[in-house]
Design a protein around this ligand. Structure first.
Ligand code: AMP
Length: 468
């Protein structure tokens, strides 16, 4: 199937060709004709499936009749509203709107929190047909009457499940109450929980239901690896893995902001260019960190779940769970950053004994056993690798197992380690036991079978609330 079979206008086909896309993804093939016909859509599709173009292209076509080069704001009322859970996703969606709409005289704007509101007000005053927004900032604008939604005829809720997780349901309901009842509505969600179904019922009229992946089903492109390790050794192990395997682009997930900061500091100190993104960073810092990571200026991006939500980073080869997520669904979201668009990817998890229940929950959800390294491999690697630092003096206490979770003033060992050194080797040998760090063989051809990962699943635990 080609894009021209979908009934898209020449201006859009041109923009698609400019992007180098040759054929629609499954969600695009299903969603585009339905949306062009004016139907409401409920689509189960996560980031990486091409869903953004799946709703943006037909939305642009439906609005084409209103394209206008007039400078009068009155000729540019908001006709389409796209709500997203995070600032990063909002910015990415607006980029897509601009990219696919570049041959059409429709205006777009994005509004989200964490930045000054005045430039947004000026843009809204000048008039935009397509508004991408996070719920909180949109409500600010509505409160200040700097935006008018009375002519919205097209609504998209993107990553609806995450919006509910983040506690945006009341905000969404308030926003919905300010929209005209007669409109076309689309909802995209990676998961189908009862809450999502409830919201869909309120929002959508006779929706076409689109699923591009089976419930709890699979991409064939992600390989899972579990490294059993003590909490105190996680940071050194990660440095070791990144260096020994020459990893060039790694997205690392931590459960806490402080943990993310400390890990980024430690990796940077080990000579691995690293940035951190989480909800305490300013929007400018987050955007800059993401841009530098995408450009390859930093090798490692350490992120909390919320900050990483919806990130579109093409061909990301490695995702590391420095901490296992508290909810197994978040594991699926995290590893959804890799193995995209047919590329292979690797999801590496550093798992302590204390996290074994989390691991079991993930395995239960995915219905697979995640491969765990052979005991003793780690010791063999250490023995064969060059030593660069001395051993820790006898009698010096081992770091606490939960060290990485506690606030601390130093992000790493007080002993300075040369940037080129692998600090893993500066630790004393510890006899093999359950808690002894062990390592799975590095990912090389023939590293083991590719595993299926979930794409759709049931309700999840509440996430860190932030943003907008
Ligand atoms: P999304 O799921 O919307 O975040 O899109 C994931 C990535 O797929 C983005 O980088 C898009 O540029 C890319 N993409 C979207 N549609 C296509 C297509 N038909 N062919 C190839 N890449 C695509």
């Amino acid at each position: 199937m080609s894009f021209s079979d979908l009934g898209l206008a020449p201006e859009l086909l041109q923009a698609i060709a400019d992007q180098g896309y040759t054929e629609p993804t499954p969600v695009q093939a299903k969603a585009i004709p339905a949306i062009l016909q004016g139907q409401d859509v409920m689509a189960a599709a996560q980031t990486g499936t091409g869903k953004t173009a799946g709703f943006t292209l037909p939305m642009l076509q439906r609005l084409m009749e209103f394209a206008s080069t007039s400078v009068s704001p009155a000729r540019h009322p908001v006709r389409a509203l796209i709500l997203t859970p995070t600032r990063e996703l909002a910015a990415q969606v607006q980029d897509s709107v601009k990219t696919y709409g570049k041959h059409i005289a429709l205006r777009s704007a994005v509004v989200y929190g964490g930045v000054h509101i005045d430039p947004q007000i000026a843009e809204l005053r000048a008039g935009v047909e397509i508004l991408v927004a996070t719920p909180g900032r949109l409500l600010d604008h509505l409160g200040q009457k700097t935006v008018n939604l009375s002519q919205v005829q097209f609504l998209v809720l993107d990553e609806a499940d995450r919006m509910l997780d983040m506690g945006f349901l009341p905000d969404i309901k308030r926003i919905l109450s300010m929209l005209p009842a007669k409109r076309q509505s689309l909802m995209f969600s990676a998961t189908y929980s009862d809450d999502i179904r409830g919201l869909a019922k309120q929002l959508l009229t006779n929706p076409v239901s689109i699923e591009v992946a089976r419930r709890n089903s699979a991409t064939e492109t992600v390989t899972h690896l579990v490294y059993k390790v003590e909490a105190a050794a996680k940071r050194d192990l990660l440095t070791h893995l990144i260096k020994s395997r020459d990893m060039r682009q790694v997205l690392v997930f931590c459960n806490t902001k402080i943990g993310a900061n400390r890990l980024a500091y430690k990796l940077d100190k080990d000579g691995i260019g690293t940035a951190a993104i989480h909800s305490d960073r300013t929007q400018g810092e987050r955007m800059q960190a993401l841009a530098e990571f995408k450009e390859g200026k930093t090798k490692v991006l350490v992120a909390t779940d919320i900050a990483a939500r919806g990130l579109d980073i093409e061909q990301l080869p490695f995702v590391v769970n420095f901490d296992l997520p508290g909810s197994p669904e978040d594991y699926v979201h995290r590893i959804g950053r890799t193995g995209r668009a047919g590329m292979t990817g690797e999801a590496i998890s550093l798992v302590t004994d204390e996290e074994k229940d989390d691991l079991a929950a993930i395995e239960k959800l995915l219905k697979i056993k995640l491969p765990i390294q052979q005991p003793g491999q780690f010791e063999r690697e250490r023995a064969s690798a060059p030593r660069s630092g001395g051993r820790r003096p006898e009698g010096r206490p081992e770091p606490r197992r939960d060290e990485h979770r506690r606030p601390e003033h130093r992000a790493s060992s007080p002993r300075s380690t040369p940037a080129s050194a692998d600090p893993l080797f500066s630790r004393p040998y510890t006899p093999s036991s359950d808690a002894t760090p062990t390592v799975v063989p590095p990912s090389t051809p023939g590293r083991g079978p590719k595993k299926q990962v979930a794409a759709l699943f049931l309700p999840k635990a509440p996430a860190e609330k932030q943003d907008a």
